[in-house]
Design a protein around this ligand. Structure first.
Ligand SMILES: Cc1cc2nc3c(=O)[nH]c(=O)nc-3n(C[C@H](O)[C@H](O)[C@H](O)COP(=O)(O)O)c2cc1C
Length: 204
């Protein structure tokens, strides 16, 4: 598949064949991810593949939240199908990002004297850059999966359980979501896209 085709035919895949994804394939996916651009080239991403008991733990956390009346109805509603996708997916990847760019930059705050307020704003933006960089890595991974005949979906709703999942995996890294991957067992309809003219403006 050439790059144009990969872009045009990729779809979010939520149903998978009962076929395992090999470690070599996981390696290729993570390789694609790690080649992504990142702010100041800090490469903030970290990927945790869960299976067995670890996967059960993740599912349990999400299930508990989906049944918890204190959670927003919207979250509970979107979590339910996500849990089913995760349960049946041959490959489940938790994505984390390290905020070390923020940490690095915040060390310079003291040198900015009366301008330290502005610098603090830059430091705050660094968290966004980290998330944006990690998103680039995730997209690389999804495109690589598709180009290899696999399919995947980014389950952003899992972000609602960020604190609990970080606790379980004993990490201060920012949880960014879950990506599931497998051999497609569905051919989803094309999802609509805005036309070029709807999303493009020229200012002179
Ligand atoms: C940041 C992000 C979060 C997403 N979260 C979810 C999710 O929680 N559940 C889900 O089923 N799909 C999720 N998706 C997939 C989108 O629904 C999907 O990309 C969109 O509908 C367009 O369809 P396509 O990917 O097939 O082109 C997410 C996608 C992105 C980029």
């Amino acid at each position: 598949m050439n790059f144009e085709e990969v872009l045009k035919t990729r779809k979010s895949i939520r149903k998978y064949k009962k076929k395992a994804v090999s470690k070599a394939t996981i390696g290729r996916l993570v390789n694609a991810a790690r080649l992504a651009p990142s702010s100041h080239n800090v490469q903030p991403w970290h990927f945790i593949v869960v299976s067995g008991k670890s996967k059960e733990k993740v599912v349990k956390v999400l299930e508990k939240a989906s049944l918890n009346k204190k959670e927003m109805l919207f979250i509970r509603m979107i979590l339910k199908p996500a849990i089913e996708i995760i349960r049946k997916a041959p490959l489940v990847i938790l994505i984390f990002s390290k905020d070390h760019l923020k940490e690095k930059l915040s060390k310079f705050t003291k040198y900015f004297g009366k301008n330290s307020g502005e610098w603090k704003k830059v430091v705050e933006d660094a968290s966004d850059w980290t998330t944006q960089s990690t998103s680039c890595a995730i997209q690389n991974m999804l495109l690589e999966a598709h180009s290899m005949g696999l399919g995947g979906v980014w389950l952003g709703i899992t972000l609602s359980q960020k604190a609990t999942l970080q606790k379980i995996f004993k990490t201060k890294n920012n949880f960014q979501g879950i990506v599931t991957v497998g051999y497609p067992d569905e051919r989803p309809k094309k999802t609509k896209r805005y036309s070029i003219s709807e999303v493009l403006s020229y200012y002179d």
